[in-house]
Design a protein around this ligand. Structure first.
Ligand code: SF4
Length: 95
């Protein structure tokens, strides 16, 4: 168990959840997501055609350009941390 008293209140590096999920079965390794990333959190896979590697997950802004640019539906998606998730509830309409 890690001694958190020496590390402050923030999350530990190894506890940062991955901000992206890349499906290795769907990803073609085109690296478009990697090229548009504003904070360069991915590295190309060492093998041609492999999915990018998340190198700096804690740097993600969740702005979603990687998802927008991906030509393969479902190959990449953002995984927002719980504090960023909003549950919308529609009001009943007045008629
Ligand atoms: S843009 Fe999509 S298909 Fe291309 S490397 Fe990224 S996740 Fe894979």
């Amino acid at each position: 168990m890690t001694d958190r008293s020496r590390l402050g209140e923030g999350p530990l590096r190894e506890e940062v959840p991955a901000p992206l999920f890349i499906d290795p079965e769907l990803c073609t390794g085109c690296n478009l997501c990697l090229e548009v990333c504003q904070v360069d959190l991915m590295l190309p896979h060492p093998e041609k055609g492999g999915p990018p590697i998340l190198r700096y997950p804690e740097e993600c802004w969740y702005e979603g350009s990687c998802v927008e640019v991906c030509p393969v539906p479902g190959a990449i998606r953002l995984v927002h941390p719980p504090a960023n998730r909003v549950n919308w509830k529609l009001k009943e309409s007045r008629s």
